[in-house]
Design a protein around this ligand. Structure first.
Ligand SMILES: Cc1cc2nc3c(=O)[nH]c(=O)nc-3n(C[C@H](O)[C@H](O)[C@H](O)COP(=O)(O)OP(=O)(O)OC[C@H]3O[C@@H](n4cnc5c(N)ncnc54)[C@H](O)[C@@H]3O)c2cc1C
Length: 446
């Protein structure tokens, strides 16, 4: 088996792996990436924010051929709302486009299964089993194998047991559309892709709902799907297949997500409830800071502890915020709060608010770690009850000097505050107005 050496070895080829691999390559590191395709077809919904994130990460190739936004209907707590839109992504095509983009950017991609990942005195070795088996060694390891990444002995904080059953139906080609609907035992996400394939996904609690044996799953899914109000539009003139793919979809946070020579990113670090429809966004969000964290660990021994703490706390904070937002959404479904599925999710992970209420005058300027281009360093940031890790910059403008200027002149009107920022900090009018408006929404400026 051939042996290949890289500065960085990346395991996995989803959005988190790809954005990190490109980021590390841009910083001048050699990157070897091992990935095997997902073993099942799936559609997933993404927002415009994710599309912007993919472009920002250099993954614009993954957007080629994406359908335009399509309507999404939400039926929750007995009410139906049709005001939503999402872009439906065919994950097989999307993941293939990501890997092609990595190849054309010069990342060494090894198609195959990463096995036998071993830490050595001077780095890592990975055996890749594939069409062309290879042996990779490297200095730093990025674990990005999504939900299937092994825990590697790390403790995990898990939400209620959750399983998503994805049942495929075939029908006539039509414009893409999707819907979410709650029911007694869980919720469903239904979507029609451009090729006429229907994806009917039931999310259930596999401890509380008896899930039948594999061969009986299609019949089980059909019976649940027929009971859904929204399903008629999806299954009209369509035929159920005998294919059901089961995906575990519980929320999971790894209690340790970074070491001196390794990092976990995307779902391998924290996987959120698919109800949020935010998994790809979260994966990109961790991948966008990962290159600065890894670079700091590799080049700045003085900053290692701080960089690790920064990434660890950021991951935990994001996880809990999303878990609490999900909990509040489950609470909004009041019809079945005595059913285990709804009762357990309406109180998990805790009773803390997802967003702390803004309180006038309740802020501080404190030194905290921030991402400054390719490094993690300490800077003065604005800390509020809702942003305990602090906000360093808003659209490129540092907030600590802004708050100091405004604190020297108590109770200014929005207009006065804006003029002061122009005169004393040299911001242009548009910047000053934007910052003041944001501070106003946070109740930091009246
Ligand atoms: C039921 C369900 C529905 C979802 N719906 C949505 C949605 O609508 N919108 C949304 O934004 N998110 C959704 N998500 C979440 C989304 O799929 C993930 O959050 C996102 O893909 C995570 O990206 P990632 O790069 O961390 O991992 P992944 O995208 O999972 O990528 C990991 C990659 O590693 C590869 N791999 C795994 N093991 C190995 C190995 N041993 N060797 C080599 N390669 C390996 C996998 O094949 C895969 O390609 C959903 C999740 C679930 C469970």
């Amino acid at each position: 088996m051939k042996s290949h050496y890289f500065d960085i070895i990346v395991l996995g080829g989803g959005p988190a792996a790809a954005a990190t691999a490109l980021g590390m390559q841009r910083l001048g590191y050699s990157v070897g990436l091992v990935t095997q395709p997902r073993p099942f077809a799936a559609l997933e919904g993404i927002s415009q924010r994710v599309i912007e994130g993919l472009k920002g990460a250099g993954l614009e190739g993954s957007l080629e051929g994406l359908p335009p936004e399509s309507p999404r209907q939400v039926s929750w707590n007995g009410q139906t709302n049709a005001a939503n839109y999402e872009t439906l992504v065919d994950r097989t095509r999307f993941d293939r486009a990501i890997v092609n983009q990595l190849r054309s950017a010069g990342v060494a991609v090894y198609p195959g299964r990463a096995e036998a990942v071993t830490e050595k005195l001077d780095g890592w070795s990975v055996v890749c089993k594939g069409v062309a088996p290879a042996f990779l060694s490297g200095r730093f390891l990025v674990e990005a194998r999504g939900r299937s990444a092994p825990a590697s002995g790390i403790e995990r904080f898990k939400g209620p047991d959750t399983l998503s059953l994805l049942h495929y139906w075939h029908g006539p080609v039509c414009q893409p559309f999707s819907a979410v609907e709650s029911f007694e035992d869980g919720w469903a996400w239904m979507a029609v892709g451009g090729n006429g394939c229907r994806y009917l996904q039931l999310t259930l609690d596999n401890k509380q709902t008896p899930i039948p044996a594999k061969r009986d799953l299609p019949r089980f899914c059909v019976s649940k799907i027929l009971g859904l109000e929204q399903s008629a539009r999806f299954i009209e003139n369509s035929t159920p297949t005998d294919q059901v793919h089961a995906r575990t979809s519980a929320s999971v946070l790894h209690e340790q997500v970074v070491g001196e020579r390794w990092i976990r990113i995307g779902d391998a670090a924290m996987a959120v409830d698919p109800l949020s429809g935010n998994g790809i966004f979260q994966a990109l969000s961790s991948a966008l800071v990962a290159p600065a964290v890894i670079n700091t660990l590799l080049v700045d021994p003085q900053a290692v502890v701080m960089a690790k703490r920064f990434y660890q706390q950021r991951t935990q904070q994001l996880f809990y915020r999303f878990a609490r937002i999900g909990r509040d959404f489950y609470q909004m479904e009041s019809r079945w709060q005595d059913r285990d599925f709804w009762r357990t999710r309406a109180i998990w992970p805790d009773r803390q608010q997802a967003h702390a209420d803004p309180q006038p005058g309740c802020w501080q300027i404190e030194p905290h770690p921030v991402v400054d281009r390719d490094r993690i360093r300490v800077a003065d940031v604005l800390v509020t009850p809702d942003q305990p890790l602090g906000v360093w910059r808003l659209q490129g403008i540092e907030l600590a000097p802004v708050m100091r200027v405004l604190a020297d002149h108590p109770q200014p009107s929005l207009k006065d505050a804006s003029v002061r920022l122009e005169n004393l900090l040299g911001l242009d009018r548009q910047q000053a107005v934007q910052v003041c408006r944001w501070l106003h929404t946070q109740r930091l400026l009246s």
